[in-house]
Design a protein around this ligand. Structure first.
Ligand code: EPZ
Length: 417
């Protein structure tokens, strides 16, 4: 495990192309099990979560090779519906293999997933949807043993627009008999990217990205290729980094379409954001204005950018209020920001009142989860002196090379083993 060493005070300026989306590629890799042919996926982010998911595919019997800048998955020889606990525990997204293994084999056996500690993260909506499709699920001692003689289309109303549950149900429904309707479905853009990939394999998924999704079951899927959408959370992370350093940033391959609330909040904070040719240009003021935001399911402000915007507002000129409504405990970054001199009052564990300070102080801080770790790196960029963010493993799950990206914009940052 390594650490990030950041020396603050540098203004970020420059141009970046954003990596492929972590939360897009993971369910799409799981979906590649559903076709017995080949899936050629380009723009896959080279992050540890992708590498772990490839190991899961290989454990199932798929052959995965890196070719021409993409991942070629051949699922013809896939013959196992059981995934080892150590791999499943590496990340939360492994849970969507339930849907694709059930769709391919009519069976699945995996342990409860791991992933960032952001609260309880139950999977009741996943299990409810799969059971309605006809799966028998034995939930015992932290293992999920699933069987389905036949998967039959059903009407499924989610209690919460869960991203993972929406993905799991879609994956189990594409080869089911008949039509499945998901109401109160998650509308995150990654759901639409998954549907684009599935439909390119011959599936019939309609309305992905909207609150009601219809999946018309088909008998089989065929080989396809797909380009993974850019990572909107990485894009928002770097926009916040530039905003915190009076910087100027051009993102060449991300439009504002998938991060509209983020662009709105940057503008409220005093940044100038223009969009052209599928990219975004942002110029930050010398000092940011305070803002208030509440995280919500898409198209609301994304919870995955809450830690980064908490760091950003900690040096704004006034009081900001940030409310986390999606996860009940996405606040491990706050004590660490306080160590750096941030003035953050936590009200009822989900709402932060942030009194901006003129400057943070470089410190040794602990990264407890992926986006919290990224937030601490951003805080280090704007702090006086040196910050060490330890360990690096969480951040490496979602960012190909945050240190190279930020250094390319002028940051003084290094990854140290
Ligand atoms: C996905 O997680 C993302 N992960 C998360 O990104 C993201 O924060 C989240 O969606 C919300 O956008 C991947 O795509 C791999 P949820 P997921 O199911 O699917 C509750 C990152 O930093 N819930 O929409 O786990 C749950 O506890 C990661 O990239 C239930 O109660 O999110 C949470 O409070 C972090 N029962 C809320 O819903 C369920 O059955 C949102 O969860 C499922 C979820």
């Amino acid at each position: 495990m390594g650490k990030y060493h950041v020396s603050g005070g540098r203004r970020l300026a420059g141009e970046l192309a954003i990596q492929g989306g972590k939360n897009a590629v993971l369910p799409i890799l799981a979906a590649s099990v559903l076709n017995s042919g080949e899936s050629f996926l380009t723009n896959c982010p080279n992050i540890s979560d992708t590498r772990y998911t490839v190991k899961i595919l290989e454990e199932i019997g798929c052959k995965v090779t890196r070719e021409d800048g993409g991942l070629l998955v051949n699922s013809n020889a896939a013959d196992t519906f059981e995934i080892s606990e150590t791999l499943v525990r590496k990340m939360r997204s492994s849970i969507v293999f339930l849907g694709s293994l059930l769709g391919r084999f009519g069976a699945a056996k995996i342990s409860y997933p791991g992933g960032c500690v952001l609260g309880l993260r139950p999977i009741d909506q996943h299990l409810k949807g799969l059971r309605l499709l006809g799966a028998q699920i034995d939930d015992h001692q932290g293992f999920l043993n699933c069987k389905a003689e036949r998967l039959v289309g059903a009407d499924i109303a989610l209690d919460f627009p869960s991203v993972g549950a929406t993905q799991n149900i879609i994956l189990a429904a594409v080869l089911a008999d008949g039509t499945t309707t998901i109401t109160n479905a998650a509308k995150e853009p990654e759901i639409a990217d998954l549907a684009r990939f599935l439909n390119s394999m011959g599936a019939d998924v309609r309305g992905a990205g909207k609150a009601t999704i219809e999946i018309h079951g088909v008998p089989r899927l065929h080989s396809a290729e797909h380009r993974i959408m850019p990572d909107r959370i990485v894009a928002g992370t770097y926009l916040a980094a530039a905003a915190m350093t009076n910087g100027e940033l051009v993102l060449t391959n991300v439009s504002g379409d998938n991060i509209r609330p983020v662009v709105a909040k940057l503008t409220e904070a005093g940044c100038t954001v223009t969009e052209s040719g599928g990219g975004i240009r942002m110029t930050a003021p010398p000092r940011l204005r305070p803002i208030s935001l509440k995280t919500q399911p898409h198209p609301g402000f994304p919870t995955d950018l809450q830690p980064q915007f908490t760091a950003m507002t900690s040096i704004a000129d006034g009081m900001s209020i940030i409310e986390e409504t999606v996860f009940e405990a996405r606040n491990n970054h706050i004590p660490e920001l306080r160590r750096m001199g941030a003035d953050i009052l936590q009200v009822n564990g989900k709402t932060s009142v942030i009194q901006g300070v003129p400057q943070l102080c470089g410190s040794n801080v602990v990264s407890h989860d992926l986006r919290g770790g990224a937030a601490l790196i951003l805080a280090g960029l704007a702090a006086k002196g040196k910050t060490v963010v330890d360990p690096s493993e969480h951040v490496m799950r979602g960012y190909e090379s945050i240190e190279n990206d930020l250094a390319a914009l002028g940051a003084d940052i290094a990854f140290v083993e």
